[in-house]
Design a protein around this ligand. Structure first.
Ligand SMILES: NC(=O)c1ccc[n+]([C@@H]2O[C@H](COP(=O)([O-])OP(=O)(O)OC[C@H]3O[C@@H](n4cnc5c(N)ncnc54)[C@H](OP(=O)(O)O)[C@@H]3O)[C@@H](O)[C@H]2O)c1
Length: 312
């Protein structure tokens, strides 16, 4: 049985790797993991996973290697380091779950193919609580045999559903970017409705009840990020879905849309508001922090009673 490796223990990666380790432990196997900040893996280690000091060392030991990192440049850096390491990569399967541009996927596929290794793009839908529950939706694309090898490590382990986007790995990345057009617009819509509710005296409580009841659990969850203050968490915490990650996703969608003469006006407004939020309150913000800017535009403070009260 090939060893399974993992790199990237952020808000999503740690929860996903934890579920994978629990699954492997039932078969007396242990995940080999690494992360830039190794201490993030301490709980994983207590579950039996094995720490390694670098991505190259994980790759050297494992036949299937998952990555869950911030963005395109981090993924490209990791893949380059594996290629430079001199370890044979033949027959290894790299599975990236991050949200990256389809062109990054295409480039990575070609580089790994030269070494007779396979790359699967397997981005995910759902935030940290859904990752913790092992109920993410995965979109997966790449060579058939590799997908069939990897799916049992995903279905009912880290995810509730695997959408197969075919053999062209860039297609699942495109689906992820398209899905985030909905995510970011929905956060903007919920933020606008909650500011409306507060300023008109309707109140955020009944608004939240309606959003959850009438528009579903995802919209209800976005409302909770506002009313619990999670849109602007304390400076010593890691946001659920960092604002810069959502800006990256919006930028990818807008760039692809432009190439195809598609207008995304709603997404453009949401991106402007996220950028303004980051300028005002820094990196430690959730993607829903456009709410703070919408509050300011309505004459309210950026912060609400449950959020942090300042700082960048
Ligand atoms: N959060 C969500 O709700 C959500 C949902 C679906 C998809 N996504 C996507 O999933 C990916 C991960 O999201 P996340 O929320 O888990 O992000 P995150 O909490 O910011 O974690 C990012 C991960 O990348 C690592 N990293 C960042 N910069 C690095 C660098 N220069 N070199 C090496 N490692 C680096 C981080 O290491 P450290 O631990 O050392 O910082 C961490 O392991 C992103 O592409 C995001 O767009 C997120």
């Amino acid at each position: 049985m090939t060893r399974i490796g993992w790199y990237g223990l952020g808000s999503m990666g740690l929860a996903m790797a934890t579920n994978l380790q629990r699954h492997l432990a039932k078969k007396s196997l242990n995940l080999v993991y690494s992360n830039r900040t190794m201490a993030r893996g301490d709980t994983l280690k207590t579950l039996g996973a094995v720490p390694e000091s670098s991505f190259e060392k994980v790759v050297a030991q494992c036949g299937i290697i998952f990555t869950m990192v911030s963005n395109d440049s981090v993924l490209q850096h990791l893949i380059s380091s594996a290629l430079r390491s001199g370890h044979p990569l033949k027959d290894k399967i790299f599975v990236d779950c991050s949200t990256v541009h389809p062109a990054t996927v295409g480039l990575t596929v070609s580089k790994l193919r030269e070494q007779q290794a396979t790359f699967l793009a397997a981005p995910v839908f759902g935030g940290n609580p859904i990752a913790v529950d092992g109920k993410l939706v995965f979109a997966i694309a790449g060579p058939h045999a590799a997908k069939e090898t990897v799916k049992p490590l995903i279905q009912d382990v880290m995810g509730r559903k695997v959408i197969d986007c075919g053999e062209d790995a860039s297609k699942s990345s495109l689906l992820k970017i398209a899905g985030n057009i909905v995510t970011v617009n929905l956060m903007e819509a919920v933020g606008e409705a909650q500011v409306f509710a507060e300023r008109t005296g309707l109140g955020t409580g009944p608004m939240e009840e309606l959003i959850g009841e009438a528009f579903g659990a995802v919209a209800g969850g976005y409302s909770k990020r506002l009313t619990t203050g999670a849109y602007a968490p304390s400076l010593d915490s890691r946001p659920g879905f960092g604002v810069s990650l959502a800006i990256k996703d919006a930028n990818h969608a807008l760039a692809i849309a432009e190439e195809h003469d598609v207008q995304l006006p709603g997404l453009q407004i949401a991106r402007e508001n996220m950028v303004a939020a980051r300028e005002y309150a820094g990196e430690c913000l959730d993607s829903s922090s456009m709410y703070g800017v919408l509050r300011q535009q309505a004459g309210l403070e950026f912060w609400n009673e449950k959020s942090r009260k300042g700082g960048k």
